[in-house]
Write a protein of this length. Structure first.
Length: 328
């Protein structure tokens, strides 16, 4: 793919195909995703060093703009930026100017005047990071970068990437795998990003499992196989990704009860036994034990939920260093 063609098709890419922003995995070329995963590889071992820093973003200012509550994502982004030697500024959005009526883009303009180099943005409205990136380009500040840390129900690209990294770490070749994503697909930006990433990387068989009320309409068009029966859907799977029930995004009664949901779609040892003998279990967190996953599975030998968090720091280091690091 030529750089110009890449830029024409995807606003995240520069004229030479370089990654300027990370807004979504949708439409991102497989070679870009592979480059991010490969770049993350050496960063995993940094946590084992006495000095856990490299100078790749020394002198750069990274602003964490979290308009939604987050613990895991915000903390791992902060750790990632600090390990790259960046100056990290965490905005307390609850007492910031936006709560006083200032528009999102006015806030961005003011932060740009403080010499920001990169914005990590989480927002309840789908498309907010795209809006910011477009505004920076339109106002001649294309040297300032945007990383989407989750926007509405739309996308969570770094979570998708760390999930891809985890799968590749344990299973090596995407093209030979059967992967099941289970639960609240309808409200999950994590699921959307992972589906786009897995299909781009050529996964052999991608399944989504859940009740009809928690699956998007025409989800098959994304290249997935739909199962409403969990036991049938898990048969022979190499990777099982469990999702949290996002009650805060639900409107109306989509489920009879948490207990009924766990009975039908909670991952228990007997249901996991239907998957491949060496299947791994993943969860983006936070987990609801006894709702979507049994503690015996979450804490079991096949769970890689905690390594996902560790890998997440390395993957976010890779994204930040590629997007805002020195031009090769």
């Amino acid at each position: 793919m030529s750089g110009v063609a890449a830029a024409d098709r995807n606003p995240q890419l520069g004229r030479n195909g370089e990654l300027l922003h990370l807004l979504s995995l949708e439409g991102l070329p497989a070679e870009v995703i592979t480059h991010i995963l490969d770049t993350a590889e050496p960063f995993v071992s940094i946590a084992e060093r006495e000095v856990k820093k490299v100078p790749l973003l020394r002198g750069k200012a990274v602003f964490n703009l979290f308009f939604e509550n987050s613990t895991r994502t915000r903390t791992t982004f902060e750790i990632a930026a600090k390990r790259l030697s960046a100056d990290v500024i965490n905005l307390n959005i609850g007492v910031s100017s936006t709560s006083k009526g200032e528009s999102l883009l006015d806030t961005i303009d003011n932060l740009c005047a403080m010499n920001a180099d990169l914005f990590v943005v989480r927002h309840a409205q789908s498309g907010a990071p795209h809006l910011i990136a477009s505004h920076l380009t339109a106002t001649g500040r294309s040297a300032i970068h945007v990383v989407n840390a989750g926007d509405g129900r739309h996308a969570h690209p770094t979570q998708g990437l760390l999930d891809l990294y985890t799968i590749r770490h344990y299973k090596k070749d995407f093209r030979k795998l059967t992967v099941a994503i289970v639960g609240d697909i309808l409200h999950s930006r994590v699921a959307r990003s992972l589906v786009h990433g897995l299909t781009t990387m050529g996964v052999a068989d991608l399944r989504v499992i859940g009740p009809r009320t928690l699956l998007p309409g025409r989800v098959e068009a994304l290249g997935v196989h739909v199962h409403h029966d969990m036991r049938a859907g898990l048969a022979g799977c190499d990777v099982v990704v469990m999702l949290r029930l996002q009650s805060e995004r639900m409107k109306g009664a989509l489920l009879p009860s948490a207990g009924e949901y766990f009975k039908n779609y909670g991952l228990t040892p007997d249901k996991l036994a239907l998957a491949a003998p060496d299947a791994i279990v993943m969860h983006p967190g936070p987990m609801n034990r006894g709702v979507e996953i049994d503690s015996a599975v979450a804490d079991g030998a096949r769970s890689v939920i905690l390594p996902q968090v560790t890998f997440g720091i390395a993957v976010r280091m890779a994204v930040l260093s590629i997007v805002a690091g020195p031009v090769a």
